[in-house]
Write a protein that binds this ligand. Structure first.
Ligand code: SF4
Length: 178
């Protein structure tokens, strides 16, 4: 039976998910042993199914929707991996704590050159939490893979091992403490 994999995207830039797709031919070997059952970037899936073997979480937790999705994924996954610097530490997403939601939205939707010319700031988006959280601040994390995004040559070693059931290649800590 193939290993069921999920890749969740919280507050991040999708670079971590793209780093998995960047494995090219190595990814084909991987999917012969595993099945990606949930990934908002790769497939049209509204929520993770039950019975996930390995869940990769990319991005930090910045708003209420991120938190709900993370909690659901944790419930439905045997192993949960914080994947990338935003998920492990907050990363670039954590920089959003330097301003209030209103100021950030005004800047993003009105203040930059690429903003839509209608100057409309959306009001129907989930509220920010009072701060950005790393994934491990809110749910149990089984393993950490750092990097912004994680390095391709590193993933080529650890992802096949992980799918084969070898967990010795992974770290249970987000930092080296010993
Ligand atoms: Fe993007 Fe880097 Fe965050 Fe991954 S860790 S989501 S590549 S900013």
């Amino acid at each position: 039976m193939s290993v069921k994999i999920a890749i969740e995207e919280l507050a991040g830039c999708s670079g971590c998910t793209i780093s998995v797709l960047d494995l090219h031919e190595a990814l084909l070997d991987l999917v012969s042993e595993a099945e990606i059952v949930y990934s908002p970037v790769i497939m049209d899936a509204k929520e993770p199914p039950e019975g996930i073997d390995i869940a990769f979480v990319t991005g930090a937790v910045r708003n209420e929707e991120n938190q709900e999705r993370l909690n659901l994924l944790r419930k439905r996954s045997k192993i949960l991996i914080a994947f990338g610097t935003c998920a492990c530490y907050g990363g670039v997403s954590g920089l959003s704590m330097i301003g209030k939601q209103e100021d950030l939205f005004n800047y993003v939707y009105q203040g930059v050159e690429s903003a839509a010319k209608d100057n409309i700031v959306p009001t129907d988006v989930p509220s920010f939490l009072y701060r950005a959280f790393a994934v491990g601040d809110l749910v149990k994390v089984d393993y950490y893979i750092t990097g912004c995004p994680p390095k391709e040559q590193f993933l080529k070693t650890i992802l096949p091992a992980l799918v084969a059931g070898d967990k010795t290649v992974l770290s249970k800590k987000s930092v080296c403490s010993e």
